[in-house]
Design a protein around this ligand. Structure first.
Ligand SMILES: *Cc1c(COP(=O)(O)O)cnc(C)c1O
Length: 420
């Protein structure tokens, strides 16, 4: 028996862990998100095992995909959690994570969110500014407690990723500059009700070069040494998330190379455990969005024909192409005979940006055919919207020979239930 993990072609059909996707689409309708539990486990385990004996913790970034069943699966594997809002903290608790396993990140945490995080006693609040330190200190003081804080330092490093998802540059809104960090370290007495337990950095998302990782690590080592010189003892260092995946089949560093680069860069401070906050690298390749062709039209230009294939899924279900011009592979679920034709695959919304992929070589798809939009497990469902009153799609998890609906399709009644 071959070990089947993830999405592959079998007998001319695209399958998830051996289960034909066309069967899932027929049973559950489209648009439909399908996840492979085996691939989720494999991707988490690859990161975890790459650390070897080096003390570490993997705080799964819930913002990539916070489906309860997926969060629970990762919790059971031994992951910890990275939450970006009070809502994600609640999902983490519901999924089984202890408060002490949650780090709370976010550029604009509200007072209510900070109060909740402090009352719960999360592992750390990843603080973004001196102003936020002051607010955390006041809340902890009023509650008669001491807040655990990791200061987010912006290392001013170009992660070489898309401008909309790079975060570690001086011009980005995230964290405090290195200069400001040193001012903060020099005046920690200003905040008597908090403990700095870690330094936090996150250089960006979809990082596909190890070079920025090495440079961020070097900045981390310097920062930790500076703090030690002041007598501040840290519990760990948090290098954030950001490991990229290959959306187009090009070669990118895998978990082993990424972790090796981190461990190497942080060798001078190898007494401190390493925390990472990966989202995309764990869940991205483990999900696909299935859609059905609802219309085909051919536009004749002077020099060529343009073929549009309109799907029943688009930017409302998967926003990444419209938001970042992101590339996702598009594959027919059933192999079709006929020559490949250049095809613009588009969504149904009345927005010109609602394009899933342009100039793709695809079989001559017909109305009713189904396709998979690959590597949609991260920032797919999590960013879906109800624009045009489109109900959120259903999600199924394939786990061995069991397929489970982990979220039923939303209905218009669900939407209207909230309205006067
Ligand atoms: C977005 C984000 C992550 C997760 O990023 P991925 O690219 O999905 O790994 C982790 N930490 C922070 C602070 C983030 O903003």
């Amino acid at each position: 028996m071959p070990v089947l993990t993830g999405f592959s072609h079998e007998n001319h059909r695209l399958a998830c862990d051996g289960i034909p996707l066309d069967d899932l689409a027929a049973a559950h309708g489209t648009p439909l998100y399908v996840y492979s539990a085996a691939l989720l486990r494999a991707r988490y385990t690859a990161l975890d095992e790459a650390f070897g004996a080096r003390p570490h913790a993997i705080h799964y970034a819930l913002k990539a995909n916070s489906a309860l069943a997926i969060a629970r699966l990762l919790c059971e594997l031994g992951a910890a959690a990275d939450a970006n809002s009070a809502g994600e903290i609640d999902v983490a608790l519901r999924a089984g994570f202890a408060a002490g396993q949650i780090v709370f990140t976010g550029v604009g945490k509200t007072r209510a969110e900070l109060e909740r995080a402090i009352a719960l006693g999360v592992r750390a609040i990843n603080a973004e500014s001196a102003g936020e330190l002051t607010r955390i200190d006041a809340i902890a003081g009023a509650a008669g407690s001491r807040a655990r804080v990791a200061l987010r330092v912006n290392p001013d490093i170009d992660a070489g990723t898309h401008p909309h998802i790079s975060t570690g540059l001086h011009v980005n809104k995230f964290g405090v500059s290195l200069d400001e960090a040193h001012e903060i370290f020099a005046s920690l007495a200003r905040w008597p009700h908090l403990s700095i337990v870690a330094i936090h950095m996150h250089v960006g998302s979809q990082v596909t070069s190890l070079e920025p990782i090495g440079r961020a690590g070097a900045v981390m080592v310097d920062t930790v040494r500076g703090l030690r010189a002041r007598g501040v003892a840290l519990e760990y260092v948090d290098m954030g998330g950001g490991l990229g995946i290959s959306y187009d089949g090009a070669c990118v560093p895998g978990p082993a190379a990424y972790v090796a680069a981190l461990v190497e860069a942080l060798r001078p401070i190898d007494d401190l455990p390493i925390v990472i906050e990966p989202g995309r690298a764990i869940v991205g390749p483990a999900g696909a969005l299935l859609a059905t062709v609802v219309d085909v039209k051919v536009r004749r230009h002077a020099d060529r024909e343009q073929r549009f294939v309109v799907l029943d899924a688009g930017m409302t279900e998967l926003m990444r192409p419209a938001l970042y011009g992101a590339f996702h592979r598009i594959e027919a679920l059933e192999e079709r005979s006929g020559e490949l034709v250049s095809t613009d695959v588009v969504g149904p919304s009345c927005e010109s940006t609602d394009v899933v992929g342009t100039e793709r070589s695809l079989p001559p798809l017909q109305v009713g055919d189904r396709v998979a939009i690959r590597d949609a497990g991260a920032y797919g469902f999590a960013m879906a919207s109800n624009y045009l009153r489109r109900p959120l799609p259903a999600e199924v998890l394939v786990d061995g020979d069991r397929t489970r609906v982990i979220r039923r399709r939303q209905t218009v009644e669900d939407l209207l239930a909230l309205e006067a």
